[in-house]
Write a protein that binds this ligand. Sequence first.
Ligand code: NAD
Length: 486
Amino acid sequence: MKEFRHFINGEYTASVNGKTFENRSPVDNSLIGMVHEAGQIEVDAAVKAAKQALKGPWGRMTAAQRTALLNKVADRINERFDEFLHAECLDTGKPHSIACHIDIPRGAANFKAFSETLSNHPTEGFRLDTPDGKGALNVGHRTPKGVIAVISPWNLPLLLMTWKVGPALACGNTVVVKPSEETPATTTLLGEVMNECGVPAGVFNVVHGFGPQSAGEFLTTHPLVDAITFTGETRTGEAIMKAASVGLRNISLECGGKNPGIVFADCDLEKAVEGTMRSAFVNCGQVCLGTERVYVERPIYDAFLKRMKEEVAKLKLGRPEDPEANFGPLVSLEHRDKVISYYQLAVEEGATVEIGGGIPDMGVDLNNGAWVEPTIWTGLKDDARVINEEIFGPCCHIRPFDTEEEVIALANDTHYGLAAAIWTENSAKAVRVAEQMETGLVWINSWFLRDLRTAFGGAKQSGIGREGGVHGLEFYTELKNICIKL
Ligand code: NAD
């Protein structure tokens, strides 16, 4: 049986008190292995190792040396691609066919993209006139922030973790990562890669466990942590913000969404259907950017709904290694309970279930897994809970609209503000509507088309701050102004 240990100061370590918890497969609920749970002692050891490493060879490296090392890490993940793929799919149940295009290659790419972008970014400089006529020069100088706590979720475990670890290390920080309790595998494996590539001990550390009263809380409240970067639910983000307020630590929060898709009658219908299918159902709907509310202009409403139902009927549920499968289970039975409770609530709130709505019969081998049917509803009122709360499952509600003003108001009528997708062949209208979306991200005639040089983050209750490209510099470094009197 597998055992997932902490990775502290370059070594795999067991919990001092021997405390472990189970890691089960969402495919059939079989036991994958046991995960060590960190208490205060392990978290303290990891944070102190990270603090110490700032003063060691890592702290003396040039940006170019760090870049070379991080490029090596990316290459090594790609060399061990199959191991990462297998580990990720075992933990999450997601199809290999998807993880081999998204999770693993993008997880590796995060180490390359950020080290190059950040180390090549120019610094600011201002010449100041002074009364003596000689003047002064102001030069911005960036230093690493220190020890960064990285708290990551389970939906894209490797990708969303390296999306933070990559820029944090590129800027010269050290990290302590607390991966989701549901998905410990790829973060643990990354420790081996760090050692193989010669990343100094203590630069990358991992502690396993849960949130409250466990590794997550112990890490975010540790006084030697200098900043916290988090991806997960909005409510958890609130708890982390409170923890960070002690000692005035900086935070970056990437939280939930209830994202709208807007389909105008002048769209390319097939493109809109293909994009909305992906945005609602890829990764079993467990993508923060996913579309759970779809608004379709009335003249094409019936045709769009019909095509979506046809495409949902074609989704192929199956084991991760099944090459035909493009739809896996949810991440856990606990998450399935949550999603199924919304499926029931939708009916209670008066929805018409257009397709799906329940638990599929997967046969004796798989029926203990966390499977749910991909689902489309229509007919809900705009104030229904199903329309307003993030479900994070493979489901969406489709509703007709008549005017641009109406759909802008509907799309913005939410506490969340992560992403929106707009489908139209009229580019002036697309930009006009995009500019009015109260979100951090808007896609026009696409979805999840990511350029790592761009800003990423949410408005309203979807987050605080921006990461990506040079925006990471703001969070992962301290900007000091040096004033030189001439
Ligand atoms: P979650 O908030 O339950 O957990 C995320 C991480 O926080 C886990 O590692 C968990 O153990 C830890 N945690 C929980 N409570 C904590 C506490 N009190 N202190 C410290 N750590 C704590 O989220 P999840 O269920 O793993 O992920 C799904 C959520 O993540 C969804 O809401 C989704 O929208 C969001 N998400 C957002 C983005 C984005 O970029 N905005 C990306 C992916 C997922």
